[in-house]
Design a protein around this ligand. Sequence first.
Ligand code: CA
Length: 223
Amino acid sequence: MRILVVEDDRDLNRQLVRALSDAGYAVDSSFDGEDGYFLGDTEPYDLVVLDIGLPKMDGISVLEQWRRSERNMPVIILTARDRWSDKVAGMDAGADDYVAKPFHMEELLARVRAQVRRASGHARNEIECGPIRLDTKSARVTCDGEPIKLTSHEYRLLAYLMHHHGRVVSRTELVEHLYEQDFDRDSNTIEVFIGRLRKKLPPELIQTVRGLGYRLSADPDAV
Ligand code: CA
């Protein structure tokens, strides 16, 4: 899952990037409205954390323009605590949720999890596929109740496949949703990580769909 943070306060931006990265997301960051708008318009993010008060272009305008051009990713806006009108304007401009500053990082992370799982059609924090269970809150994975140890890249890959289980996911889609913008994107690495995951999971769980990509499914005969 890949997230964009648009926040001009350098300290807060850095804290957000660190907390979200630690939680298992690939994170890009931007410090003004123009750059943030461009990234959100051209890259396929799974969620955006968007400050309202931004230099060059304010957050409400950024959001309105994304929505006008059918950029439908979940957006959580950051508002000043005493500016209730920003919350209203933000929600009306197409925000999915808001957090008022100052906030506890745990609250923001919970709201991010909720939006990401809702966007992929999951109501609960725990996502199951056959014997595999992914707890998005603790970032833990179990197979038949036994914990599976994953590296952070393996976790990112499995978390994306779990959020979209049952559907064919192309290599390009995986590369675009698992890595930061400046990451050296070599789609061969996806195959390497798929191979590693297959060794840690029941091997038939991740199917290769020739010419299209991969599908995580508990039903080996599913088409
Ligand atoms: Ca600001």
